[in-house]
Structure formats: C-alpha cells, structure tokens
Design a protein around this ligand. Sequence first.
Ligand code: F3S
Length: 740
Amino acid sequence: RHLATASAYPSKILGVDYNRQIAVLDALKRQSKRPLTLTEKLLYSHLIVDEQSGWKLEKIERGKTILQLQPDRIACHDATATMALLQFISAGLPRVRTPTTVHSDHLVISEKGAKEDLERATSEHAEVYDFLSSASRKYGIGFWKPGSGIIHTVIFENYAIPGGLIIGTDSHTPNAGGLGMLGIGVGGADAVDAMSGMPWELVAPKVIGVNLTGQLQGWASTKDIICKLAGILTVSGGKGSVIEFFGQGTQTLGATGMATICNMSAEIGSTSCIFPHSPAIDRYLKATKRDYVAQSANQVRDILLTADEGSHKYYDQIINIDLSSLEPHINGPFTPDLAHPISQLKSTISDKDWPVELSHAMVGSCTNSSYEDLDKCRQLVRQAHAAGTTKFKVPFLLTPGSEQIRATAEADGILDELRDAGAVVLSSSCGPCVGSWDRKDVDVKGHEKNSVISSFNRNFIGRHDSNPATHSFVSSPEIVTAFAYSGRLDFNPSTDKIVGTEASFLLDPPIDQELPRNFQTGINTFQEPPSDGSSLAVFGRPQRGNASGMEILIKVSGKCTTDHISPAGPWYKYRGHLENIGNNMLTTASNASLPNDPQLLGHTRNPLTGKVDVVPEVARDLQKMASREHAALEPRYLGGTAIIARSFARIHETNLKKQGMLPLTFDDPADYDRICDGDRISLIGVEEGELQPGKSVTMRVQGIDGSVWEADLNHSFHQGQLAWLRAGSALNFIKSKTVG
Ligand code: F3S
C-alpha cells in the first residue's frame, strides 16, 4: 500500500510518515497544478494509494467522493473502548495494525475530589478497567489508567503530530488541530476497521475557511472565537466540512488556545478543524519535550503544514473574524450555538426566565483545562485576594486536563491557591462535562431550576447532571472565574465591580501565560504494551452469547436517533459495561403499538407473555431462546437480526452492516403501518447467494390474527459489504482472511 519513496524527511514519528504523505501529494500534484488547501493536503496525503486506486485531484468531488484513508493513529475512551475492543478481538488478529491508545476518563464520577473519586471509580469499574488494561496489553494498545487525563488532552501532550491524521471514538477528536494534526471523531466500528488495517472511509469534506485578523484584547480569549463561530454557523452549519483557519491572526494564538477552538468545532457539526503551523505550535512541542517532532515539522512546514498560496479560492465558504474587536461570549442555555456577546447578555437575561443566580462554576473538560487556563484562574484569584475577597461566591469545580497539567499546576502553587479560594479539585477526567457528577447541591430528581456556568463545550439539556431544569452556559475559564466571584449571570467584568467582603473592586483581565517554566510529568499512569502479548490473557471479558428469533421487539414511531437507541445522561456511567448499558436500549423510544403516554416510552409487549415491559427486559426474555453469535452492538448483543425501518442515517446503517445485522427499508413505506405487535416475520431472499446488490428481499408476515401477507424490503449492501454479512460481521470477514 505504501509508495516507494526516498527518505528525504525523518522516518515515522509515532505512526506519522512524512515521506509517504509528501510522495502521495507529489503524485496528485503531478496531475493537477492547482494549489491545495491545508485540509486537502492533510487528508489526501493519507489516501491509500495502490495500483487500483488511481486517485486524481479533479475526480475528488467534495461531499460525494468516498476517500479511502489510512489514519496514523486511533484513540478510544473507556466509554467506547469496551465495545470496540470486543469487536477487534472477534477479528482474531494478534495485534492492532495502527497505533492505538485507550484512555480512562469518562467513568470517573465527580463528587468529593480527585483522591476519593478515583478510589470510587477503580472499585466500581474494576471489571471494565481490568478488561481494557489486559486487552490493551495483549493486543499492543497503549492504556492510560484512570487519573491520566482527558483523552484529547493526553493525545495533545503525547501523540499530536503536525500533519498527521488521528481518528477517535469521541466527537471532540478535532482537538488535535491545535497542533496541526487532523482529528476526526468516528464510531467504534470505524475505529476497529482502522485498528485491523482496513481502509477507513470518509466522504470528501467541504472546506470552510475562517480568516482571523487582528489580535485578541482584554477579556476576549480563544474560546470566544469558537463561541462566536458557533453563533454564526449554528449546530449544523459545519456539517460535512472541515473548518480551516487562516490569516495573520492564527499566528498570534497559543497552541492550547487553538486546541480549544478545534475541540469545540464539534459543536457546529464539522468533520474536523485545523490550524496552520505557527511558532506557538513549535513552542508547545518543545515545552512538552518533543523537540524531535518540532524539528521534523519545521522541515515540512511549507510543503505539508500550511495551505498553498492561492488555495483560498478553493474554500467552499469564507468567514472573517476580527480578533481585535471580538467580545467575550457566553453561550447557552441548552445549546452551544445560542451565542451572547457579554455586553448583550444582561438585557437578554432580563427578557428570559433564566435563573440569574449561579449555582455552580466549573473549569475543566477537554476544551479548557490547560496550564494556561488554570493560570488565568489563579491570576484572578490573586487579584480578588489582594482586594480582600478570599472566597468564591458559588461552588467552584476545577478539573485539570491531565496528570501532567495537575502535577505542574500543583508544583507551581496554582491548585493550592484555587483550593484556598474554595475550589474543589477533581481528578483529571471528564466529570460533570459528561454527566459523571454525583450532584447534591440541588434537587436533581425534583428538576430544581438553576443556572451553571462552565468552560466546557456542550450544554445540552441534562448533560451535566441529568436535570432538565439546569440552565447550562459555556464560556472561557477567566469569565467563569470572574462569574464565580460575582455569583450572577448578568455580570460583565469589563464594567461591573465585584462586591467583595471588604470592598467592591474591578478585576483586570488575566494575561496569557502560555506555558509553564517546566512541565512536570507527574505520576506515571501509562501502561505500555509488551512487544509480544500473544501469551497474555484478557481479564473480565464480558460474556458473549447467541441470538436468534424473528419476533418483533418494538415498532418505533417517530424519530429514532442514537439518543433513542442508546441514551446517554445517567446511562453514561455504564458505557463500558455491556450488561448494564444494554438496559438503556430504546428506553426513550416511542412504541407505535402502545398508547401515546410518556410513562410508556421505551416499553413494548413481550410476545412470549403478552405483558408490557421495558424493551431491554423483553429483549432479554427473547434472548434466552437465542442460538446465534452475538456482536457487540446493543441490538445485536440483545439478540437482533434485522432492523426494518422507513429510512436510516448513513453512519448507523453502515454500523449495522458491520455488525452483521440486516438494515432493511420498506419498499412501500405504508407497509410499516400494517405491522402489529405479536406478528412474526420471515425474510425470504437473504440466504447466501440470494442476497444481491440492488435486489430486494421479501418479508413474509404471519399476523397475530392468522393472516399471512408479503412485502418487499430494500437494502443497500454492495458486493464487498455482503461479504461482511456472510461472515457474521466485518471483523469476522477480516478474521477469515487473516487467521489460519
Ligand atoms: Fe470528556 Fe467532555 Fe471532552 S466528556 S472527552 S471532557 S467533551
């Protein structure tokens, strides 16, 4: 698959191969002289090039062409890694074929503070961690233990290489763009393909150019660039696009600040986000003891890490942002694209029914928990202290992004100063950002109305504490800290004084202290895999059983998104545990065969007993009669064979195919209305050799009333995908090809 090239550049760095990338770009540019955007350079240089592929620049149509890519690296967190590793194991390969890491960050519940919370997590999730740790050792995967840090921060500190391509099973993987690495969030099945060395497919994205001019002033920070952009583009405005920053303003920003922007680009639905190479990237690489990466990157800066001159006219859209006039922003509640410049928030609040008193202030998450962020909080704490105010007005939670940041902030006295002001320092994990928060200060179950402000990226309903009445606002760490002293949402630190214990005072905006004098490495929380893990055992491996049966589990009415199939919120804590997570399947879906009653959401009639029960319970009853191999996806794990729908979202349909499920659509959508609870279904034309691309299958329905009728169902399997189905799953197929 690799082009034979002369090694003009340094050999592979952590999976990134500049020689190969530049050879691929050279080959493309030989056919077409047009300049390339930075996004095109980074993506197309990862194309899999062989005799058959014949990639030509002119033939790549944005939004249409499916690119076959070879990522340099894969990352999974503990809420997605169990499923991914189970699938990988089923492929029968001895070792991952692309460098991979697993990060333990989502499952730690925040409650009392780092020490106690980590102890609770290691006890409650021992089975998950044992499984992830032992499977990682066996299959050549780097494992970051609980307390190591948040996945994207750890990647940024250790694995982000300018010009590389990383895919991760988390939507904020674009964070790596702050160092010029293209990061793209994917589903577990895609990650497993790449782990197995299969091509990873992506529809060629559009490119939105964002031109930064000027320089940030006063209280404005990098967070405000992305908060403003979210307001312009909205939560879906970046869909199918990479956000590519350019212009003189990009050279004025720090690396972790650019990561904040790339990270939160997920909130506008973009595929990824990228910055060109800059002195700040060079400084950060050197500060994190990666001089060799910095040197190599400098060698390929013009050819690979910056957009070609004249390429801007190939952007699909251009947005201009003047940093000099940018105001601090506060976005929310309930959606990150509801952007409020701080000067307008006061009047907006008085028009709305939002609680103006804050109940919590939180600094952390993969978006804003860098050393620079924590240092800015400390500067404000010092100012308040000097003015005679020693404590925050509201509870303050602080999450350092990684063990490296924690150890450095601890050594530099930052954490002690924040603790003295009242902050609770949590473990370096996701915590309240993902709802892993054992919140006690408000009546969560009673849906007590309250407002919180955080430096996180997302603020959808119930995201932090499962309370739909929590109004969550996102902003920069310095605005969050200033608000923690004011205690109110209608505050503007540029114009309003803090009413302190001794006097009222105006806070000055903090000064960017981009990097510490010295990064401390802290406690070693990394488990390096041995070079040969073949003799090692995997512990705590969840049981996998069989499944069969064509009873209808549920006929869903209305929308059925992934949030209906597998809701997050309180369920997130079980994401690494197959048995528990299975209990959330379809629990917020509406059953077309039951009365439209909120109490009956997620319920269905058990075809064996006739009783109405929650979907997972009924599925488990049916599963007891099972006789065929399970895959890891919940519907398959709980015994499903086919999902029959009016239509599918593209990624979900592909995922189902990869699990060996049959995603089928009604040829005549009206047939959906004829299906009743208790009917039994046979599929005709799905046997080996019968199922063909473009050929429909027949559904024979034995009605509960004794009637028998037939209908056509369609599928979208192409010939290559049919091989997955025949093998039971895409990974079984790989296994059949690779294992003796
Ligand atoms: Fe974790 Fe929140 Fe980031 S869940 S990975 S800290 S968006």
